[in-house]
Every structure is written in structure tokens, then in C-alpha cells.
Design a binder for this molecule. Structure first.
Ligand code: ZN
Length: 187
């Protein structure tokens, strides 16, 4: 099988979240299971070509960049699409991926201006704000700052400010009552 050298370079340049994977016990256990499974099929000799660092890196690339190839709602395989990996994630994406066989197609969800880059979502967009954030952090190791998440963060900040204001009012009113009461007592 001939592998295009540009594609190979693109593959090696994919992010692998190496440090995060190493510290993630759940993922390391998955990798151990995977290695045992492959060892049974390919034999011990197969692993000698790869260092432990290579394996963690390949595993990380697979986890972060894998795509479920779908026929309707059914998953028919998993692949890494190097071109797709260039698209940034957004919880409010301007594009969606679809398939024609195993060929990946990018569909625009709305008009995309010249200054915009295509974005896709790597999580279910119908999850709640907190669920989305938790999912992206757990499986992709990042805090999302897309337009939707920034809006949510601003909303949380505003709620906090509102709460502080209300708390201050409450303290102020209580303080006023206290003074008035003490005046009443002193009278
Ligand atoms: Zn987001």
C-alpha cells in the first residue's frame, strides 16, 4: 500500500493530547485493552516496530480525530479524515459533515462569509451548556470558547453580578433595618 508522504506528514502533525492521555487513567486502560486485542491478532513481533511513546501518540490522534462514518443513523466504520481535522469545533457550527459512502462531505448550515472559516461540531449540539462543556473537557481536553460558549460564560458572569447586586441590596436593607431598629430601641 502506498501512502502519500504529504498525508503521512499531516497525520504526524495531528494533535495527540499526549500529556493529557498519559494522565487519563480511563484512556490508558482502554489503550492496554486495545494493545492486548491487537497482540492476539498480529502477534508480539508487531509491537516491536513501535515505541510506547508512538503508541500513546497514535492512540491520542485516533481518539481526538476519529470520525464515525455513517450511513443514515448507522455507524459503518471509523476513520481519520485529515482534511476534516483542519476544521475548528464550534457548539454552534456553520457546517455539518455528511457522507456519500465513505466520502466525507461538508455541508453549510447557513451562508458563510469570506471572513469566516468553516466550523463543525464534535459534540451533540442539543446537549445542555454544562453537558457540552463537560463532554469536550472529558473527551477532547479543552475548554470551549466558541461563540455559543462565550455567550453562556457572559450570561453566567451577568448572573453572578446580578446575585452580588441583590446580595448587596439585601445586606444594605438589612443594615438599614438594623439601624432603624436600634434607633427605635434607643428611643
Ligand atoms: Zn462551545
Amino acid at each position: 500500500m502506498n501512502i502519500d508522504s504529504n498525508e503521512l506528514t499531516s497525520f504526524y502533525n495531528l494533535t495527540d493530547e499526549y500529556e493529557n492521555i498519559l494522565q487519563d487513567k480511563e484512556r490508558i486502560n482502554q489503550l492496554k485493552l486495545l494493545k492486548n486485542g491487537i497482540r492476539q491478532i498480529m502477534g508480539d513481533e508487531f509491537w516491536k516496530e513501535f515505541s510506547e511513546k508512538d503508541l500513546v501518540s497514535f492512540f491520542g490522534k485516533m481518539l481526538i480525530h476519529k470520525t464515525d462514518i455513517k450511513a443514515g443513523n448507522n455507524s459503518i466504520g471509523i476513520a481519520i479524515y485529515l482534511e476534516k481535522s483542519k476544521f475548528k469545533h464550534s457548539c454552534e457550527p456553520n457546517s455539518t459533515i455528511a457522507f456519500s459512502g465513505s466520502k466525507l462531505i461538508l455541508k453549510a448550515n447557513r451562508l458563510i462569509t469570506q471572513n469566516e472559516s468553516p466550523t463543525i461540531s464534535i459534540c451533540e449540539t442539543n446537549l445542555s451548556d454544562l453537558e457540552r462543556k463537560a463532554y469536550l473537557k472529558k473527551f477532547f481536553y479543552f475548554d470551549c470558547h466558541c461563540s455559543k460558549c462565550i455567550g453562556v460564560e457572559a450570561q453566567i458572569q451577568q448572573e453572578k453580578i446580578k446575585k452580588i447586586k441583590i446580595d448587596n441590596w439585601y445586606v444594605l436593607i438589612s443594615f438599614k433595618k438594623l439601624i432603624m431598629n436600634s434607633k427605635l430601641i434607643s428611643i
